[in-house]
Design a protein around this ligand. Structure first.
Ligand code: HEM
Length: 407
């Protein structure tokens, strides 16, 4: 059987339209709305010949595939590569890229480390940091919000929350970009990201060692599980690595996208200022509207059917979360950014057993930033063009020049 991008070539299932599109084309990654709409319009699934994969973008099927961990597994990789055929570029994640029963053990440990109680204990740190940063930005005529706020905030608080002894913001941001670009094909984005390996990976691996972690923080909770015999030392190191992989780039993206939405829709920013109780639903709407993780894959563990489509064992299915989150079958006026919507069930944080284990933390970080902005900023304006940064799995801003006007 022929192998394409690390997985078996599959036959086109009966009745499934063939769509000659490259979902990893830079133009699509930067501005995906038309691609999302066309994907949904073609049916529950399409076959993409360039990569020999199926893709889904309607809410119902995307949710079904993404959450049914028995029929659509993660242990063969959540990118294009099938780990049964090829070694992953790094030892695979022991939470994201495994299925139960292994997953249940590691998930329990990370869920404990990132529990609502552990996150609540960081509230003061988050708020003080956010207040200081927003005060500094208010002093400036304009600023580059991706670097000066979206990256600066998580790379300041997250190492403290984990208990890292050393700070290296660049390595954290670059490692995140590597991990997510690695989920795509062997394109320029992936190759450029992989080229950062020698400068980034050794530092990340080193920080996961117990000796480089403080006695308090998420890292310490993970190693306490090793001391209790729940997991071994090597698993503890890999779980710390999972935090460093998934905990920074995603939150950077969430904050950047929230700022972009509030600058783009000033009426919604005013509404939020008038009623700060809308803060949480406003961030959920940012997540639905911008889908920071635009697509992840699953692999069919056996022959199965979804919505009348026959899916063969070993098929890679690209679950386009961004398309599902803008599916008008699920969301009334899906194209509208409405902070009063309360978009329960969006897929931006995943769903089912692999649903984001860091979501409390991400929400707490963004809540601190937005609380400060609501209190201190009267108006958010663009100071130049916002530019999106292509990444094989993340829809994030590259440049966001902004002006804050003091309240
Ligand atoms: C806005 C911020 C975030 C977004 C949009 C996001 C998105 C996601 C998504 C879509 C998944 C599901 C992956 C799948 O099912 O294959 C996921 C899982 C995960 N996330 Fe997040 N995430 C965010 C923040 C964080 C943070 C702050 C952390 C850690 C501190 C984190 C750690 C993880 C981990 C470890 C998993 C794997 C969980 C599992 O497989 O059981 N994420 N995230």
């Amino acid at each position: 059987m022929k192998i394409i991008e690390g997985h078996y070539e599959i036959e086109v299932p009966e009745g499934v339209p063939v769509w000659d599109v490259d979902p990893y084309d830079v133009d699509i990654l930067q501005d995906p709305d038309e691609y999302y709409a066309e994907l949904r319009s073609k049916g529950p699934f399409v076959y993409i010949p360039k990569y020999s994969i199926l893709a889904c973008g309607r809410y119902e099927e995307t949710k079904e595939v993404f959450s049914d961990w028995e029929r659509f597994i993660s242990s063969r990789g959540v990118g294009l590569q099938d780990f049964e055929l090829e070694e992953p570029w790094r030892p695979k994640s022991i939470i994201l890229e495994v299925d139960p029963p292994e997953h249940s053990v590691t998930r329990r440990v990370l869920a404990r480390a990132l529990s609502p109680k552990a996150t609540a204990a960081l509230k003061e740190l988050f708020q003080e940091t956010a207040d200081r940063l927003i005060d500094e930005l208010l002093e400036k005529e304009s600023f580059e919000a991706v670097v000066e706020l979206a990256e600066e905030f998580p790379t300041t608080v997250f190492p403290k929350a984990v208990g890292l002894k050393e700070k290296n913001s660049r390595a954290l941001v670059d490692y995140g970009a590597m991990v997510f670009n690695a989920l795509g094909p062997d394109n320029e984005l992936r190759r450029n990201a992989m080229a950062m390996g020698p400068t980034t990976v050794p530092w990340i691996v080193e920080q996961c060692n117990r000796k480089n972690l403080k006695p308090e923080g998420f890292g310490a909770t993970i190693f306490a599980a090793a001391d209790a015999g729940e997991i071994n030392e090597e698993q503890a190191e890999k779980l710390v690595r999972s935090l460093l992989s998934a905990g920074v780039d995603t939150t950077v993206t969430g904050i950047g996208s929230a700022l972009w939405c509030l600058a783009k829709f000033p009426d919604q920013f005013k509404r939020l200022k008038d009623d700060p109780t809308l803060l949480r639903p406003a961030f959920e709407e940012v997540l639905r509207f911008t889908s920071p993780v635009h697509s992840f894959c699953r692999t069919a563990s056996g022959d199965t059917m979804v919505s009348g489509t026959r899916i063969a064992e070993g098929s890679k299915i690209l679950c386009v979360l961004g398309a599902a989150n803008s599916d008008e079958r699920q969301w009334k006026e899906a194209e509208k950014f409405d902070i009063g919507r309360r978009p329960t069930g969006h897929l931006a944080m995943g769903t089912g057993i692999h649903g984001c284990v860091g979501q409390n933390l991400a929400r707490a970080e963004v809540a601190a930033v937005l609380t400060s902005i609501i209190a201190k900023v009267e108006e958010i304006d663009f100071a130049g063009e916002a530019v999106w940064r292509p990444n094989n799995a993340i829809h994030a801003l590259d440049k966001l020049p902004l002006v804050f006007k003091r309240a």
